[in-house]
Design a protein. Sequence first.
Length: 108
Amino acid sequence: MLELGHEGRTRKRVDAMTQDFSKEQVLTILREKLPPIFSRKHVEELTGGVITAVSLAGLDKDGNGPKAFKIGGRVGYERDSFLEWLEQRVKPRGEQKQPGWLICPKGK
């Protein structure tokens, strides 16, 4: 089972590259584990290291990131819109050069 950490709590992490999860399974796991809103700072922890805050900041800057909001200088995301964005950009192993999952700009 893949478990993700949340707000500093340690949880068992399984390297997703050694498991065969379908896109739907990954999204279901995230849907259950992500809080209703979360900061960009916590994205790497919440996604088990699959998406980094730095990568997400770059995607946001280029207009390819998920719908975000800003409070007091911090960027945040709403779970459902984040997962909708992620669903459109995740490609399984067979559609990329490296194993695992790949976050791509929309339509690539």
